[in-house]
Design a protein around this ligand. Structure first.
Ligand code: HEC
Length: 151
């Protein structure tokens, strides 16, 4: 009886390991998609803020988008597990070899989003326009170092 249980347990372990392998492959494709969707949303938020600036209306229309950018950024850096440099991704290996640098680039963007939020709340369109430009530079700074130009 005991012996049968042990054999059954080993069988279950082996099956689990095989399923586990497939799960990891799926999980990586998944996490790559999640971080790309995250960045698409960041792009959309930036376009929405540009829309507020172009419309020369109330800067407060950008408050929510600035908060959204911050929320997205907090989630973004958690989407780079080891091994997710492989696949349909433009994430460069430098992210994993220079994680501190990658985090610093993300923090620089976070600081820019804070200033963007303040400017958006201020009613001062010139301040919002300047903060928007500065934010865009922090996006570009990370891309220059950590994102491939082409696949
Ligand atoms: C800390 C680094 C970092 C910051 C900051 C950053 N990005 Fe990116 N971005 C990346 C990386 C890495 C990728 C590639 C992700 C992948 O392909 O797995 C990317 C991809 C993108 C993409 C393409 C998404 C797709 O696959 O369709 C867009 C759009 C984008 N970023 C916009 C932005 C905008 C807008 C900002 C600033 C508001 C920003 N990013 C800030 C690192 C960053």
């Amino acid at each position: 009886m005991k012996r049968i249980l042990v054999v059954a347990a080993i069988g279950a372990l082996a099956a689990g390991a095989m399923v586990g392998g497939t799960t990891i492959a799926f999980a990586q494709a998944d996490v790559i998609k999640q971080r790309q969707d995250n960045r698409k949303a960041a792009g959309a938020a930036m376009r929405a803020i540009k829309g507020v600036i172009d419309a020369k209306g109330d800067t407060k229309g950008a408050v929510e988008q600035a908060a959204k950018l911050k929320e997205l950024e907090l989630a973004f850096v958690k989407l780079f597990p080891a091994g997710s440099d492989k696949g349909e991704t433009k994430a460069l290996p430098a992210i994993w070899t220079n994680w501190a640098g990658f985090e610093a680039a993300s923090k620089a963007s976070m600081a820019a989003y804070d200033k963007l939020a303040v400017a958006a709340g201020s009613g001062d369109m010139a301040a919002l326009t300047a903060a928007f430009g500065d934010t865009g530079k922090t996006c570009g700074a990370c891309h220059d170092k950590f994102r491939a130009k082409a696949n």
